[in-house]
Design a protein around this ligand. Sequence first.
Ligand SMILES: Cc1cc2nc3c(=O)[nH]c(=O)nc-3n(C[C@H](O)[C@H](O)[C@H](O)COP(=O)(O)OP(=O)(O)OC[C@H]3O[C@@H](n4cnc5c(N)ncnc54)[C@H](O)[C@@H]3O)c2cc1C
Length: 473
Amino acid sequence: MIVIGGGLAGLAAGVALAESGWRVRLFEQRPFLGGRATSYVLPDGEHVDNCQHVTLGCCTNLDDFYRRVGAAGKIKFFDRLLFLDPQGREGEMQAGFLPAPFHMTGSFAAFAPLTLLDKLSIARAMLDILRTQGQTADLREEGGISMLEWLRRRGQTKRAIERFWRVVLVSALDEELDRTDARFGVDVFWKAFLSNSTGYRMGVPAVPLANLYDGCKSEIERRGGEVTLRAPVRGLKMESGELTGIRFDEGREETADAYVFAVPHTALSELLPESVKQSDPSLANLDKIKVAPITGVHFWFDRVVMREPFVTLLETNTQWIFNKTALYADSNGAGKPAAAGQYLQLVISASYELLQKSRQEIIDLCLTEVRQALPAAREAQLVKATVIKEAAATFSPEPGVDRWRPKQQTSIPRLFLAGDWTATGWPATMEGAVRSGYLAAEALLRAEGTPSNFLQPDLAPDGFIAMWLGKTT
Ligand SMILES: Cc1cc2nc3c(=O)[nH]c(=O)nc-3n(C[C@H](O)[C@H](O)[C@H](O)COP(=O)(O)OP(=O)(O)OC[C@H]3O[C@@H](n4cnc5c(N)ncnc54)[C@H](O)[C@@H]3O)c2cc1C
């Protein structure tokens, strides 16, 4: 069988099918694997991630995938999330000794950037999520409602929205609250923060992202398959409504028993002939799925300016600062920590306002914010900087978007789909991409009459939630 696209979705499908005994041939257009979640080497020799990527404890399929390909040990997990407001007040989120859903109560009560009134309004909304296990009735309204609307209906204070809900959700979902389907937002809080005490733990790669995929190629090849890079697929060969092959440059064609297209929805829309879109209505609306941007800013300072592994800034353009030097410290990754200096990576999700700004404007803006947040950076020299704008970083989780997301099995025989944008129920994340790959592999095996399961269950509820739901952990 053939997989087109070597991002997480294609790799997850490819590895799962190879393990099921299929000879997998994977074609990727770029010279490296990992798609949007990858890294590369700059002309000056620095290894940079396309953008910092993080996972959470509740991402059970990504965790499973990393284990399968021998990358699990390259992810460092952190229990403490640190927040910093413009007045220099710190707040943290960390599980204490109380069982779920009260595990965050201690750190939340002490969270300095919020007032008691803000906290009471947040607690009320959390109770609503708890009571309904993340299924509040208004999430089922026709066409979906926005997260901002959901919060307004629950009387959230302005500061609670800006300093709590927006901070968590814009990073997790890459979209502004008024353009986010509340279903995704509520799900984040139910799965990561309420239903168990470990779902919020943040996993950060301790190596440049491309190093996470070393095991994928060997896993596919070990089982008789092959991975071909620099191999852009240019079209589908259709005969009498059936997919009979794929086309490459210079008239080359490849055929297989089945095909998994694991490319972004925008790329698939261009590849699919109009006749295919018309014959399967689920493929006719790909162009309705919008995209959202993320900007990554890389700073190299001449000295150490930050001790924490990462910090979240409140009410600034810069949302996260990652201390790459510390994160790479004891890995064999090619992160090349500077001798005495420090490498930081900043992340700005839903960065619509930065798209029109020049590289220098973005550097100046972020440098001012970093110097405001980290006093040690005020004296430090910025040695060099890089800005990576990803205009189409993720699909936009806007209200009602799920109706445009096709399933992994299409009505065209032998044509299967994978990608974070396919119907997984999850937003555009690495977890969503791996889920889609596993679902595509399951659909293919089902169609072949040899069903198998790859999809992992959600993290089991624990603490009082487990007792309440009558489940044991
Ligand atoms: C800046 C940024 C930051 C992000 N941060 C996070 C984060 O912190 N946590 C998180 O969980 N997620 C994050 N994401 C989202 C995450 O990266 C994606 O959801 C996930 O990687 C998507 O995987 P995919 O396999 O579905 O798609 P892709 O990674 O886009 O893979 C598709 C692959 O198909 C290839 N391809 C396209 N056309 C062809 C063709 N014609 N022939 C052959 N190959 C082709 C592409 O080159 C690519 O390798 C971020 C994304 C970006 C861009």
